[in-house]
Design a protein around this ligand. Structure first.
Ligand code: FES
Length: 175
């Protein structure tokens, strides 16, 4: 299988070879299945992360987001599930500990790779409803679950992580 780098430049290089969008999406998923996206551990202090705030990190040449969700945001995740491509995250990439409605270990702390699963653009916050990709208008909810209306085939990738203490998260390892 042709290797595809998991960043925008890599996706564009792959597109230049004539690969189809569907093929790229497939390769995107294949890159992570089975390895849980582990990597150089990075400790992150969440003490200053207020409710509603998104912390954007650069980790392994990829943007990674950490968002502290409000109780209202969490309560709203169920309402739109009929409009989602993969509401139970059965075909999306995340650690087993994050295969739940909120796609996280602690419900309020959301961690995700900030790259669209269509062609790898970086989505932006979409008001208080989730994330929107400026490239071809894929939308994701506040758990990174993609809406059916856009071209992205899967939910945002959740990397491996764990909590070392109540306020200290370690990205890149599920130990
Ligand atoms: S890259 Fe096409 S919708 Fe995001």
């Amino acid at each position: 299988m042709t290797p595809v780098r998991v960043n925008r430049r890599g996706m564009l290089l792959a597109a230049g070879t004539g690969a189809t969008v569907t093929g790229l999406a497939y390769l995107w998923q294949e890159k992570y299945v089975g390895d849980d996206l582990q990597g150089s551990p990075l400790a992150v202090d969440l003490t200053e992360l207020a409710v509603g705030k998104l912390l954007a990190l650069d980790w392994q040449d990829k943007p990674v987001w950490i968002l502290r969700r409000s109780p209202t945001a969490l309560a709203g995740l169920e309402a739109h599930e009929a409009r989602l491509t993969d509401p139970r995250s059965e075909k999306s990439v995340q650690p087993a500990t994050c295969r739940n409605r909120h796609r996280s270990i602690k419900p309020e702390i959301f961690v995700a790779v900030g790259l669209c699963t269509h062609l790898g653009c970086v989505p932006q916050l979409w008001g208080s409803d989730g994330f929107t990709c400026p490239c071809h208008a894929s939308h994701y909810d506040l758990a990174g679950r993609v809406f059916k209306a856009g071209p992205a085939p899967a939910n945002l990738v959740i990397p491996a992580y764990h909590f070392e203490s109540e306020t200290r998260l370690v990205l890149g390892s599920s130990a």
